[in-house]
Ligand binder design. Structure first.
Ligand SMILES: Cc1cc2nc3c(=O)[nH]c(=O)nc-3n(C[C@H](O)[C@H](O)[C@H](O)COP(=O)(O)O)c2cc1C
Length: 169
């Protein structure tokens, strides 16, 4: 049975719920998937494939997820890895949002050339204006991000499903 680790970082929990949906979807196809917050204590030797994801804050992944991807790449010997970002910038400006995600994935691939990235995706997240520090609330007034839950469960489910042949083939 293929064992998959879905490693993630989160600040306010919306990425954790996305990961739960991914694990549910993978397990429904017969894969043995587990979710865990990305830390250096996770042992990648126990898994055949990886999904690694993070919300984007200030154009970057949370450090724990990026570090996990870079460090793990040295130990997993080319096993397949799928990356996903969660963000809300694309809701107002799809090009800028996609660019942030793509730039992060490209930088990670440069830093960690052994990472066998088989797929990547950007998902809309959950935006709560009150989570912004005061100086970002001022910036947000100029092009307000739509408040609320923008997660597209259908898109999350179908991307997760598309990983199965890449992980088991
Ligand atoms: C302070 C702050 C900065 C953010 N910066 C970005 C950003 O640069 N790009 C983006 O697409 N989304 C940005 N977001 C939106 C978050 O990525 C989104 O709310 C996500 O769902 C949060 O995930 P979490 O609940 O797992 O922490 C930001 C949100 C906050 C509160």
């Amino acid at each position: 049975m293929t064992r998959v680790l879905v490693a993630f970082a989160t600040r306010f929990g919306s990425t954790r719920e996305i990961v739960s949906a991914m694990v549910h979807e993978l397990n429904s196809t017969g894969i043995d998937a587990h979710a865990a917050e990305a830390t250096s204590s996770l042992n990648p030797d126990h898994y055949d494939a990886f999904v690694i994801g993070s919300p984007i804050y200030g154009s970057k992944w949370l450090a724990a997820a990026g570090m996990f991807a870079a460090i793990t790449s040295e130990r997993i010997d080319g096993k397949p890895v799928a990356l996903f970002s969660v963000g809300t910038l694309a809701l107002n400006n799809s090009q800028a949002g996609e660019r942030e995600h793509r730039d992060f994935v490209d930088n990670l691939a440069d830093i960690a050339p052994k990472l066998n990235i088989v797929s990547n995706a950007l998902f809309a997240g959950y935006f709560e204006r009150s989570n912004l520090p005061w100086y970002l609330r001022i910036i947000d007034r100029f092009a307000p991000t739509p408040q609320g839950d923008h997660r597209d469960w259908q898109a999350i489910q179908s991307w997760t499903k598309s990983l199965v042949p890449k992980f088991t083939g």
